[in-house]
Design a protein around this ligand. Structure first.
Ligand code: FES
Ligand SMILES: [Fe+2]
Length: 423
């Protein structure tokens, strides 16, 4: 159990908070690249870690991320004019480059030199359908994380963003909680749950998986073991990496077929709002319509592709109780089920009232890893995983290997660029 103080230390990420300082040491997604399709197109307001930004694509095609409010007298640059290599504030015409350089000041007499100032601008990398930024101290900027999904062609991945009204910890914990999969997601994971069909019985029919966990340089790996569908067969083993500060990779497997994986990053917009970025990627082409259907977000009652917002609130979960005799959750789609649970826990869940059991091991370790890392930072250390080689991070769903440890399924386990360099 956590105290309320610990809960606040874990959940709050605004400027000046300990966890906010930790998040600011990693590269973060700030927008989907498809939302800024045209050079010189409309700028966007984006929120990240409790701060407001303008994100724009200059006429030269370069993306800029600046503080939303103009450094002169605070007009929103979202109203601004996007010009050749920058953005011009509508109020008095100050023009800023994508690097924050002041390029022009219209309300100054000719011949006067502009003051030696620079707007707050943040480093940007556009990669794999996402615009990423780094909000932390310049001298601490880590290498850009090269996730495995960046190496597949555009047609082999589907990137989604879902903005919701709950704290990022709820979302992250849900993703690391293996035992809920066979229960909340009964419809998808155990389609034979009513007993009509025995040939659909699979590993997910075991609702009480055994968990093991090992820390890694990027966070940890947990392995969930489920009883085999038929006697004599090996147990099923699902290894999921938790990647600091709020990422995970879900292996394809019983649910989706073995050739894919899904990267999920729970990005705090502020203390009470989260943007879930998910990337389904595969060695084969991925059909966007199929992916949208699987999540349940193809239903316009539940989700809007226009503004990426989840249309759900406490008291309006879009649950259909009339179908629950044959539909376990009464909700449509796996991601919708997860979103309903996180919404139901409230804007910031108070963990001082919960009752944990052994199956919550991965959730408990996630909290510990984050809070320990914040403590380390306060003593002058670096947060866990900022230097990790993300190319090596993978997930797996496979039969438990006979006579070998589960970690042999992931050859990169505990082997990191940092470790290798130290050897
Ligand atoms: S407030 Fe932006 S130029 Fe004056
Ligand atoms: Fe889930």
């Amino acid at each position: 159990m956590m105290t309320r103080e610990e809960n606040d230390r874990l959940c709050r990420i605004g400027p000046g908070t300990p966890m906010g300082a930790l998040f600011r040491r990693y590269w973060m997604p700030i927008a989907l690249a498809e939302k800024l399709p045209e050079p010189g197109g409309a700028p966007r307001h984006e929120r990240l870690l409790g701060q407001d930004f303008v994100v724009f694509r200059s006429q030269q095609g370069k993306v800029g991320v600046l503080d939303e409010l103009c450094m002169h007298r605070g007009a929103s640059l979202v109203l601004g004019r996007v010009e050749d290599c920058g953005i011009r504030c509508l109020y008095h015409g100050w023009k800023f480059g994508t690097d924050g350089e002041i390029l022009d000041i219209m309300n100054m007499p000719p011949g006067k030199r502009p003051p030696k100032l620079k707007a707050n601008a943040y480093p940007v990398v556009e990669a794999g359908g996402i615009i990423w930024t780094y909000l932390g101290p310049a001298e601490k900027q880590p290498p850009f994380p090269h996730w495995q999904y960046l190496d597949v062609p555009d047609t082999h991945r589907v990137v989604m963003r879902v903005d919701s009204h709950y704290n990022w910890v709820q979302a992250t914990e849900g993703g690391l909680d293996s035992s809920h999969v066979s229960i909340l997601h009964t419809n998808g994971a155990r389609p034979g749950w009513l007993g009509q069909s025995t040939d659909q019985v699979g590993a997910f029919d075991d609702t009480g998986p055994q968990l093991e966990l090992e820390e890694t340089e990027f966070g940890y790996h947990y392995a969930a073991f489920r009883r085999p569908a038929r006697p004599g067969e090996p147990e099923n083993c699902r290894i999921v990496p938790f990647v600091m500060p709020s990422g995970r990779i879900i292996p394809g497997g019983a649910l989706q077929g073995a050739s894919n994986a899904t990267l999920v990053l729970e990005i705090p917009l502020d203390d009470e709002h989260t943007a879930t970025y998910s990337v389904r990627y595969s060695s084969k082409p991925v059909d966007p319509a199929e992916r949208h259907r699987e999540t349940g977000f193809d239903d316009p009652e539940i989700y809007s592709f226009e503004d990426n917002k989840l249309k759900m609130s406490r008291g309006d979960y879009k649950q259909n109780r009339a179908i629950m005799a044959t539909n376990f959750s009464g909700l449509r789609g796996i991601a919708t089920e997860d979103a309903a649970i996180a919404t139901s826990q409230g804007p910031i869940y108070d963990r001082s009232t919960e009752h944990l059991i052994a199956s919550d091991m991965a959730v408990v370790r996630f909290r510990r890893r984050l809070l320990d890392s914040v403590d380390d930072m306060e003593r002058g250390g670096d947060p866990v995983g900022v230097q990790a080689d993300h190319r090596l991070i993978q997930a797996i769903d496979a039969p438990r290997p006979a006579g070998a440890h589960w970690r042999t399924l992931i050859p990169s386990h505990r082997v990191s660029a940092v470790d290798q360099a130290a050897e």
